[in-house]
Design a protein around this ligand. Structure first.
Ligand code: FAD
Length: 294
């Protein structure tokens, strides 16, 4: 099913993002995680595309296997990094043949060891170009998601410019947007307001990373850590306390987002189920699990 249609049903969506493990043992562990999370009746799950196209085959295999074996709607991420148009077309063909209907179409980060993104001579320089390319190819009929950045993309120097660039995704036909992770809901609410004022009408799903004790890692994604959260984590005596505090913070964050109209929640799970499952269960009144699933 197309994610745009799932979002159009009007119930808040709940989705989980995974990355493709490198080993067979990792893949099997991921399927255990997916089995745990399946009880929560996710609207869809997604599988990331490794930096520089490094996981092309793994992403395609995993996303098609998830859809085939679990029946959960699955979205493949795809980036422009290092790919020419023919390679992108080949990935699209394989995804379509595997029954995948949804793609998160992104520019991607510069490959490891480099700081600037280099467009392939016969490829794309921005997410909006990839979106336009897929939408304009009559051979394909994918529902497309795009990334967006309530705290501004790390390479952009102004919110206005970043938003103007985001409108290009909207004009290219993106069907929905998912945000980079953030911890201060006001940045999301303000961003959505600005996007609507700029004429972007598609659903903007907040991306949620359950809090971990590695705040530096979270900051690398460009997320500002509120002082209150930093102090909360600093006061925790051990990992178990951090996990509990993180679950409590994220539950409160998600509750406010849904109560104030966010169309759903997209969890960056890091392939682990515990924190995400606890947060979703805590939100049972706002994210009811359909009868017969749990
Ligand atoms: P773009 O929208 O192309 O923007 C990149 C930069 O260029 C921004 O600063 C923007 O302001 C600027 N820009 C855009 N258009 C123009 C223009 N026409 N002229 C000038 N400047 C412009 N990365 C992965 O490698 N694999 C993944 O699976 C993955 N999944 C992600 C999922 C989500 C939901 C999100 C939010 C991010 C994900 N990322 C992933 C990270 C993403 O690839 C990086 O953040 C990347 O740097 C930006 O990709 P984009 O398509 O959002 O960028």
């Amino acid at each position: 099913m197309r994610i745009a249609d799932i979002l159009a049903e009007g119930r808040p969506t709940c989705s989980f993002e995974f990355f493709p493990p490198k080993s067979q043992a990792g893949v099997e562990a991921l399927f255990t995680t997916i089995a745990d999370l399946r009880e929560l009746a996710p609207s869809f799950v997604s599988v990331t595309y490794g930096a520089g196209g490094s996981t092309r085959d793994l992403t395609i295999d995993l996303v098609t296997r998830i859809k085939r074996e679990t029946g959960i709607e699955a979205m493949a991420h795809l980036t422009c990094v290092g790919h020419n148009r023919d390679e992108i077309r080949e990935v699209l063909t394989r995804l379509a043949a595997g029954g995948i209907e949804n793609i998160m179409a992104l520019r991607g980060d510069p490959p490891k060891g480099t700081t600037t993104f280099e467009r392939h001579a016969d490829g794309f320089g921005f997410g909006s170009e990839l979106i336009a390319f897929i939408k304009n190819d009559p051979e394909f009929d994918f529902c497309l998601g795009g990334g967006c950045y309530p705290e501004i993309h790390t390479e952009c120097d102004s919110a206005e410019r970043d938003l103007a660039n985001l409108t290009l995704k909207s004009e290219a036909g993106v069907d929905f947007l998912v945000t980079q992770l953030f911890f201060d809901n006001q940045t999301y609410f303000h961003f959505v307001e600005c996007a609507r004022a700029a004429g972007i009408t598609v659903p903007i799903v907040p991306g949620i990373m359950p809090v971990t004790n590695n705040l530096e890692r979270l900051e690398r994604f460009g997320a500002r850590i509120p002082d209150e959260l930093r102090a909360l984590i600093a006061d925790c005596p051990d990992e178990a306390a951090v996990a509990a505090a993180g679950i409590a913070w994220s539950t409160k964050q998600c509750r406010e987002l849904l109560q104030q109209g966010a169309p759903g929640l997209h969890f960056y799970t890091l392939n682990k189920s515990r924190s995400t499952a606890n947060i979703v269960r805590n939100l049972g009144d706002l994210l009811p699990i359909p009868a017969g699933v749990a």
